[in-house]
Design a protein around this ligand. Structure first.
Ligand code: THU
Length: 138
């Protein structure tokens, strides 16, 4: 599969996840999709709460689902999309949460940050340099 087909497939999975966004307070819908070395794709969407500060980001929901499925590494690719024109990049907390699973498998996932009009390619290591992780605990 070419890079672009893989990218398009993962962004499409994130976009489908975004359709289930529960975001009545911000009205900002986000979808995330994770691709693993075994080919599996796990998605998540943002889930808000009447107690505003309890909102769960799409990426964190996807990581929780993946770890509940048993994934402990192999995170190769990440797509994040918002229903904005410009690409959405993961918030700081999500970068840290994504990084834990990446570090468990010693990967540096490609991150596709998508909006409706543009997709930006980066790496988790570029979004979160000098990261804290399991090895930092000694
Ligand atoms: N949000 C995400 O789902 N992921 C991010 O990386 C940034 C923010 C959500 C949280 C909240 O539901 C809404 O976007 C507005 O901040």
């Amino acid at each position: 599969m070419s890079d672009n087909m893989e990218r398009d497939e993962l962004v499409a999975a994130a976009r489908r996840a975004m359709e289930n966004s529960y975001s009545p307070y911000s009205r900002f819908r986000v979808g995330a999709a994770l691709r693993f070395a075994d080919g599996s794709i796990v998605t998540g969407t943002n889930i808000e709460n009447a107690s505003y500060g309890l909102a769960l980001c799409a990426e964190t929901v996807a990581i929780a689902k993946a770890m509940d499925d048993g994934h402990r590494g192999g995170l190769e690719e990440i797509a994040v999309i918002g229903d904005t024109a410009a690409p959405v990049t993961p918030c700081g907390r999500c970068r840290q949460v994504l990084s834990e699973l990446a570090q468990l498998g010693d990967t540096d996932p490609v991150v596709w940050c998508a909006g409706e009009e543009e997709v930006m390619e980066t790496r988790l290591s570029a979004l979160l340099p000098h990261c804290f992780g399991p090895a930092s605990l000694g």
